[in-house]
Design a protein around this ligand. Structure first.
Ligand code: ATP
Length: 216
């Protein structure tokens, strides 16, 4: 099951966690096999795309049998490094940040928010959902070994300054929930999630591209 990671297109790689979650659930239910149609309905990806994606994983579905759940699970675990926990820091313990601290990320994958930072004294020293909150002035002190990813839930005007410090402190991946577009040096990955924009886009699509029954 040797995998040449470079050969997996990025769009396929992005769907990996989605597939993994579903396959993991099937496995816990004791299911041995799954058809591309079943997968397609569950993850809402068309079955042709699923078949193409899975061919990159070396998983070839057999007619009348489908895919072997154990094979897929082993593959996804290995590829997504499920044996290795990705340790995460969260910056900005406001409404959104607090919700993330309460959210159980480890239910389906191996990421763990280990510490949080905020600028407000009254938030510092708290323990939210088992995660300690430190003062942002102590970022460099606490962001030691092994924490490679940061979630940014600070106000937009603070985002760039904090991102610079995070990168300086060794963070290589940023999940940016602020509306600010941040610049980082080459080699640092930023994924940007703007909930307001996503919602606006959905509303626009509903209005201008209504789904007909065929598509839905
Ligand atoms: P949210 O946007 O998450 O709903 P909010 O409306 O409660 O949050 P914001 O003003 O967006 O509050 O700030 C988010 C959090 O970021 C707050 O807890 C705030 O104290 C914190 N914060 C603001 N500036 C900084 C900074 N420079 N470093 C760390 N945390 C900061």
């Amino acid at each position: 099951m040797e995998l040449d990671q470079a050969k997996i297109p990025q769009a396929t790689a992005k769907r990996l966690p989605l597939y993994y979650r579903f396959i993991n659930n099937l496995h816990s239910q004791g299911k041995q096999r799954v058809s591309s149609k079943e997968l397609s309905e569950a993850v809402k990806v068309d079955s042709a795309t699923i078949r193409r994606d899975f061919s990159y994983f070396g998983a070839l579905g057999k007619k009348g049998y489908g895919y072997n759940v154990n094979y897929l699970l082993t593959f996804f675990r290995k590829t997504l490094d499920q044996d290795e926990v990705t340790r995460v820091a969260l910056i900005g313990v406001g409404n959104l940040g607090t919700a993330f601290l309460h959210y159980n990320f480890t239910k389906n994958n191996n990421t763990k928010i280990e510490m949080a930072f905020d600028a407000q004294e009254e938030k510092v020293g708290n323990d939210i959902g088992g995660v300690p909150v430190y003062h942002i002035d102590q970022l460099e002190e606490h962001l030691s070994d092994g924490i490679s990813v940061a979630i940014l839930t600070v106000p937009a005007n603070e985002a760039q300054r904090i991102a610079d410090r995070l990168v300086e402190a060794g963070i290589i991946g940023v999940l940016n929930f602020t509306p600010a577009r941040i610049s980082v040096p080459e080699g640092i990955r930023v994924h940007h999630i703007d909930l307001a924009v996503e919602l606006q886009a959905l509303a626009y699509f509903l209005k201008h591209y209504p789904l007909d029954h065929e598509e839905a």
